[in-house]
Design a protein around this ligand. Structure first.
Ligand SMILES: [Cu+2]
Length: 674
């Protein structure tokens, strides 16, 4: 025990020395310039924290015994069945001219996620009035994880009343040392600046093991829904601070179109292109555990004016959205989520990435889907916390990608493999017509976790996603698609967006603690630092994002669909040394200083987007050792004006969609300015 305490104390000292070094570096830089009042305040806060760390003896919770999980190899595969697309919400009122109104609640219930015979799983999910996606038969109130699908028509706005009816404590460990929603104003949490809640401040300096965890963090669960990929006013975007609890505690950026106790009413114009977008929870600092609980669903935008492409594509039972998510299970059938952090004296519960040992598709572990001998349209979503999937079929049949996050690709592209990251979507066509009845095809995964340098997927477990069993029923032939699929992406060149009027250089930074990453940052800045990305409404910018970390980060911008310009390798060590020389160690407490020119660090030639990347994106993989440039126009996707004021409200965010990263500082606010 003494040894443990000594070790932990050493760790704190190591961290403290790092922080002191950092502060000293900062101070040195500050002397050269006038110290802004906000920065002085931040430095004072850090010193306060150091003083507390020195005077209060710190111990961590005794190491928890290794969890006993349900062995994924004992779960029979391909017993669960996907019988078609998920149910579709029906509006409670409205019409196709003025728009439709929906009522959706978030509740706690149990669902047969594992095959029959295994216990049911306690999940949180969205629910509302729904109909059968194929027959249109009303089904009454339906709740499921993933939730029912929104089917909306381009140009027809919808209004959704989102009601939080989660009245139980959180099912997973809420880490109060992260900068998070903190609905009960947990003592010592400073949500206006750096999160000051540390284990050292607890009685006896002890990090509480979970369960029990911190009672005041577990109760009154804050939720707020974000429609990922939606062009929407920031008051309806599900800003991470726009959360609300079932008992009507509200976040500092709470907004609602009309009053709704314990909920919020958001409006979605649906003016953008037809696309596969999705909805999920986005509450500050607990997005990873809220989505893990089951709060996700599809939102499909269709374009009635698309009389060329849409009618050619498989429809009805031949069009199925597939949400791929990884989970781990306790032997009682409940979801497992880690509750011992990597650096427990700093963040008692936070782990840099969650990787489940089991694959779930549309809320079913390792499902089978019987398919006719014809073509299917699958709208793939990686709805996982951190796991990437490199997908291919076990018999190596090719498939055709027709769309990405924000609409059709420029042209269809034939692939045998694609890698999808958390938050991303891929719209694909698969032709089963040439396979003999009875053929079983497995959708496989070979992505490493973390991607690209982590552990290989286990061919017996996470290397398998789902199975397709070919029946004797005839299906529809593969469509003859015109080469130009998307009228907004015509011409030889890509990107098609106009030349930028501003370029931002942004660097991803990982902050190391005693046992590994302690937080991950965008441009070295924490969530609470002043806004540094304020693009002007209507302008086009290039965001040049430099990734010196070891992981691929799927970077997501709210409000807009953007285009990939290029990827180019750079000299990581040389660049990182130069960046740190200018800025000091992250997290920074002053605005980030960029290297005068990127040229000395670049290697090789910039590589343009592959054919499968020549489309609209809202989330894009930023690979390690590469500079990824994206072009973003801060107006409606087709270049017209937004049908709302994008400059009003709390503003937007950009973040990593590894939601474990997002929850621990890898998210920044951004504002569109007039
Ligand atoms: Cu990340």
């Amino acid at each position: 025990m003494d040894l443990i305490i000594i070790k932990k104390c050493t760790e704190i000292v190591v961290l403290t020395v790092e922080m002191t070094k950092n502060v000293r570096l900062k101070m040195k830089q500050e002397r050269k310039s006038i110290l802004p009042r906000k920065d002085a305040f931040m430095i004072a806060l850090v010193f306060m924290m150091l003083v507390i760390l020195f005077v209060v003896p710190v111990t961590a919770a005794p190491p928890a015994p290794a969890p006993v999980l349900l062995d994924p190899k004992t779960i029979p595969k391909y017993v669960n069945q996907i019988n078609g697309p998920p149910p579709v919400y029906v509006p409670v009122s409205g019409d196709a001219i003025s728009g439709f109104t929906y009522e959706v609640n978030m509740t706690n219930f149990s669902q047969q996620v594992l095959p029959t015979g295994f216990p049911k799983t306690n999940v949180w999910g969205y629910g509302g009035l729904a109909k059968d996606a194929l027959t249109g038969t009303p089904m009454g109130f339906i709740r499921n994880s993933p939730g029912p699908t929104f089917e909306v028509t381009r140009g027809v706005p919808i209004t959704v009343s989102w009601k939080n009816e989660i009245t139980t404590p959180h099912m997973f460990a809420v880490d109060p040392t992260l900068h998070w929603a903190n609905p009960n104003g947990l003592v010592n949490d400073n949500t206006g600046g750096m999160p000051m809640f540390t284990c050292a401040m607890e009685p006896g300096g002890i990090c509480l093991p979970y369960p029990t965890g911190y009672t005041d963090a577990q109760r009154n669960v804050p939720l707020v829904t974000h429609v990922h990929g939606a062009e929407v006013q920031s008051t309806s975007d599900g800003h991470p601070d726009s959360w609300f609890t079932a008992n009507a505690i509200q976040g500092p950026e709470y907004n609602s179109l009309t009053p709704l106790t314990g909920g919020a009413v958001f409006q979605y114009p649906n003016a953008q292109q037809a696309a596969t977008i999705w909805y999920h929870d986005h509450a500050l600092g607990i997005t990873r555990i809220n989505v893990m609980s089951g709060l996700a669903g599809f939102y499909l935008i269709r374009d009635a004016a698309d009389t060329t492409i849409a009618p050619l594509l498989p429809q009805g039972k031949y069009e199925v959205p597939l949400a791929i998510q990884d989970r781990s299970f306790n032997p009682d059938g409940s979801f497992y989520f880690p509750s011992v952090g990597l650096n427990p004296t700093i963040h008692p519960y936070w782990m840099p990435e969650f990787f489940g040992n089991t694959i779930m598709v549309n809320g079913l572990v390792w499902p089978n889907m019987n398919v006719d001998r014809g073509t299917y349209r699958f709208r793939l979503l990686d709805g996982s916390n951190a796991r990437f999937y490199t997908l291919s079929f076990s018999n190596k049949i090719p498939f055709t990608q027709i769309g990405s996050d924000g609409g059709y690709l420029k042209a269809p592209v034939t692939l045998t493999e694609l890698t999808i990251a958390p938050g991303e979507r891929a719209d694909i066509l698969v032709d089963f017509s040439k396979l003999a009845p009875g053929t079983k095809v497995i959708l496989t995964n070979t992505a490493k976790a973390p991607t690209p340098r982590g552990t290989a997927a286990d061919p017996q477990t996470t290397g398998q996603i789902m199975q397709f069993t070919v029946t004797a029923n005839p299906g529809q032939p593969f469509p003859v698609l015109p080469a130009p699929l998307n009228p907004t992406l015509t011409g030889v060149a890509f990107p098609t967006l106009p030349a930028p009027t501003n370029t931002r250089i942004l660097t991803l930074q990982e902050v190391m603690g005693p046992a590994g990453p302690v937080e991950i940052l965008l441009d070295g800045q924490k969530w609470a630092a002043p806004i540094s990305e304020s693009p002007k409404l209507g302008t086009t910018e290039d965001w040049v994002i430099i990734n010196p970390t070891a992981d691929t980060h799927p970077i997501h911008l709210h409000l807009v669909q953007f285009q990939l310009v290029s990827r180019q390798p750079f000299q990581v060590k040389k660049y990182q040394t130069a960046w740190t020389g200018l800025n000091g160690m992250a997290p920074l407490m002053t605005p980030t200083v960029n290297v005068p020119s990127l040229a000395p660090y670049m290697q090789g030639k910039p590589v343009g987007p592959t054919l499968a990347e020549q489309g609209w994106k809202d989330t894009i993989q930023m690979r390690p050792g590469e500079v990824t440039t994206i072009r973003v126009r801060f107006t409606a996707q087709d270049g017209t004006k937004f049908p709302f004021d994008a400059t009003s409200g709390p503003g937007y965010v950009w973040h990593c969609h590894i939601i474990d990263h997002e929850d621990n500082e890898m998210m920044r606010p951004y504002k569109v300015v007039p």
